[in-house]
Ligand binder design. Structure first.
Ligand code: FPP
Length: 251
């Protein structure tokens, strides 16, 4: 068992038990706009740095042995943002995917996408499909990037698929269980996150992984996503490791 101590002078810094890491961490990427505004920069500058932060944190999660990292990159509601901001986020995603196609085999990081991708540009959809194909050959940390994702939309999408299977005689309503329904979600086959981190100080789920986070430990930090560091990840994991998880039972 390895223990790590970070910034001993900082009392909020975490002591992580690397032998007891969560298998799956989810993160709501928040605070990019504020990070930029505080520096007198356009919001899009925050997204650019935020994309770099994602790269750093994803690589680090792989290094320490996290099996799954799921990030909320673009929600079904984010289309309401100014067109230039939406365009910048899509351009950053494209750049990220292009680079990932070159590097993911070497880095052994798998990419998976959750959300309704059919509204994305054909180019982005093709890049996502290429990433999926490469990922199928790899074994490392799986990064799930949620794009045009909403938790309620995901549940409705799953319910519709189940109803279609019932109509086709493949499934029966009376045989539906939680485990069976799980298989219709974008996250089919992926264990629920044990830890959900929200940088940027807000204390809400914002329609993220509503089904999957039923028993997930929530950790919010004032740190804005572009500033989020490995030490901040350690603090979140240490806080999670200090929680008493009862899943509705008693101790
Ligand atoms: C939330 O911050 C951030 C987003 C809606 C976009 C996140 C997208 C990226 C970091 C770009 C690409 C992503 C990947 C995974 C390569 P906000 O703008 O709501 O911040 P605010 O609350 O301070 O305004």
């Amino acid at each position: 068992m390895r223990l790590a101590f970070w910034k001993k002078s900082d009392h909020t810094a975490g002591q992580v038990d690397f032998g007891r890491l969560p298998r799956h961490i989810a993160i709501i990427l928040d605070g990019n706009g504020r990070w930029a505004r505080r520096r007198g920069l356009p919001r899009t500058a925050g997204h650019k740095v935020g994309a770099e932060t994602f790269r750093t944190i994803a690589t680090y999660c792989r290094d320490i042995g996290i099996d799954y990292l799921t990030v909320y990159a673009f929600s079904t509601e984010n289309w309401k943002r100014p067109q230039d901001e939406v365009d910048t986020i899509m351009t950053l995603l494209k750049r990220y995917l292009l680079e990932a196609i070159e590097t993911m085999e070497r880095d052994n990081v798998r990419l998976n996408f959750m959300g309704d991708l059919t509204v994305l540009s054909r180019e982005l959809q093709e890049l996502a499909a290429q990433c999926n194909a490469i990922s199928a050959r790899l074994t490392g940390c799986q990064c799930n990037i949620c794009i045009n994702y909403g938790g309620r939309a995901e549940i409705v999408h799953a319910a519709r698929r189940f109803a279609e299977d019932c109509a086709a005689g493949i499934a029966k309503p009376e045989e539906l269980t939680e485990e069976h329904f799980d298989g219709y979600l974008y996250s089919a086959g992926i264990p629920s996150p044990e830890l959900l981190i929200r940088p940027g100080g807000e204390q809400r789920l914002s329609n993220f992984l509503l089904w999957q986070c039923a028993y997930t430990e929530f950790y919010s930090t004032e740190v804005l996503w572009p500033d989020f560091s490995k030490e901040d990840l350690h603090r979140a994991i240490a806080a999670y490791q200090g929680r008493d998880r009862r899943f509705g039972g008693v101790r």
